[in-house]
Ligand binder design. Structure first.
Ligand code: NAD
Length: 450
């Protein structure tokens, strides 16, 4: 009943036309900004409760990024909304063409538990910028963040933006309704459920899914390059939400001769920066903890641990762990890890290795070899590629973010978010001035000249 009422009210709000104006969009974006500023401490608190995130990490990965994204949308909103003139063929003279961005209508956003504020706000910014009414369903597995969103969004935003809390059962109820767009962040398993439900109404979907993001580590020779690589690899594995991030490095591909040095340096980096649980997010929930510990129950995988490997089921902590050459057919090498376990695979040709695997969200490659970079671009397929860094691509508004193949489809961030929630309506204008009779029957040879 609650779901039905919320959906009906969101639909009425959209149909009233209120969400279409520039002033509504700007006021709602400003309201999002106010939440981030005025309720920052509450957000930190929710992220601490749900995931044990340190407030500096919470600022870096969620609040700070979102401030940037809202500012970017506010700065560019007028430009994004403006009709875009396009060229039309000379033969259409006098005639002009333009593309007008039209809101899609009422959109449903599902977010995941790992960045429960960030991955709710980020698509919300796009949906509001594009003039839509929104129903947001946060993940039940980050309950404090979900409660924060359900409490504060209605206080700051008008009733065109609604929050519905609950688990998969509520998700299923929401999917029974007709939406104009569904934007989903989560697993490929639920992504398939979303697409099936959307097909019933031909609703367009965006699926932001996961997968195994590899990092190719070329044999580097300069000490400085190696040092920076270690910082960035460690930061992209044990940094964001302790590896529970779709853009975290899943595993490393390394040449035989470089592997021992890499392992030693990564061990030292863990000891220096990632040992203290106070600085790390914990494993989010029991189910996720169990899934990760199951990887290590495989005796061949357990035997490949060269650092770490201790688990505490009570405090939901898993030590940053390095595994050297676990078997390729083991679960840890086939499934998305989504946690602080880092397999390192010795490999001769990483490109050939990647070509036969599902398309990941991101491929990372640390190398100074331009030929290798070109091969990664030309011979592999992934949502995006980052050379010599990791994670940062997520914060670049001028680059689209999203997957391909099994890592999902649809792009967002910056203007791509606006486009994702808009329909680019084509408009051709002509006048009555010139008329060519050659367009119409009766047909004759003379008309063929045109
Ligand atoms: P999930 O698929 O279990 O849940 C996502 C959302 O779907 C939640 O809101 C959940 O309540 C809802 N849901 C679950 N079952 C449902 C059902 N039967 N019907 C309708 N809704 C249902 O995903 P998760 O565990 O929250 O997130 C982990 C996954 O998300 C990982 O695979 C990760 O890689 C991926 N992810 C991707 C991105 C990205 O931007 N590409 C970002 C974060 C996480």
């Amino acid at each position: 009943m609650e779901v039905k009422r919320v959906v009906k009210e969101a639909r009425e709000a959209f149909e009233s036309g209120v969400t279409r104006s520039y002033s509504w969009r700007r006021s709602q974006l400003r309201a999002l900004k106010s939440i981030l500023l005025e309720k920052e401490a509450d957000i930190f608190n929710a992220l601490k409760l749900d995931l044990g995130k340190h407030r500096i990490e919470a600022y870096r990965d969620e609040v700070g990024l979102l401030n940037k994204s809202v500012d970017h949308a506010l700065k560019n909103l007028k430009k994004w909304m403006a009709p875009k003139k396009v060229d039309v063929p000379l033969a259409y003279f006098p005639g002009t063409g333009e593309i007008v961005a039209e809101p899609l209508g009422v959109v449903l956003i599902f977010s995941s538990w790992n960045f429960p504020i960030g991955l709710s706000f980020e698509p919300l910014i796009g949906a509001i910028s594009a003039g839509n009414a929104v129903v947001l369903k946060p993940s039940e597995l980050a309950p404090a963040s979900s409660a924060f969103l359900a409490t504060h969004l209605p206080k700051y935003l008008d009733n065109s933006v609604r929050v519905v809390e609950g688990g998969s059962h509520v998700g299923e109820q929401l999917l029974e309704h007709k939406w104009d767009k569904i934007f989903f962040t989560g697993s490929s398993r639920v992504g398939r459920i979303i697409m099936t439900a959307a097909a019933k109404h031909l609703t367009p979907v965006t699926l932001e899914l996961g997968g195994k993001c590899p990092a190719i580590i070329d044999t580097l020779s300069r000490a400085r390059d190696i040092e920076v690589t270690i910082n960035r690899v460690a930061g992209a594995k044990w940094g964001p939400c302790s590896g529970q991030a779709c853009i975290a490095i899943d595993y490393l591909l390394v040449e035989e001769q470089f592997a021992p040095l890499l392992v030693d340096l990564l061990k030292a980096k863990i000891k220096q920066s990632y040992k203290d649980p106070e600085n790390a997010a914990r494993i989010a929930h029991k189910q996720q903890f169990q899934r990760l510990s199951n990887f290590l129950n495989d005796s061949a995988v357990a035997a490949s641990v060269v650092y770490g490997g201790s688990l505490n089921a009570e405090s939901l902590l898993i030590e940053p762990t390095i595994l050297l050459n676990p078997p390729l057919d083991s679960e840890i090498m086939r499934e998305e890890i989504f946690g602080p376990l880092l397999p390192l695979k010795k490999i001769e040709d990483s490109i050939e290795f990647l070509k036969v695997r599902p398309k990941p969200l991101i491929i990372y490659a640390f190398t100074v070899d331009e030929k290798l970079k070109r091969r990664v671009i030309e011979e592999t397929s992934s949502g995006s590629i980052t050379f010599n860094d990791a994670i940062l691509q997520f914060a670049v508004d001028s680059l689209p973010f999203g997957g391909t193949g099994e890592s999902g489809f649809g792009k967002y961030h910056g203007k791509f978010s606006f486009d994702q929630f808009s329909h680019g309506k084509a408009i051709l204008r002509r006048s009555f001035l010139i008329e060519l009779s050659a367009r119409y029957p009766p047909w004759n040879e003379w008309k063929l000249q045109f």
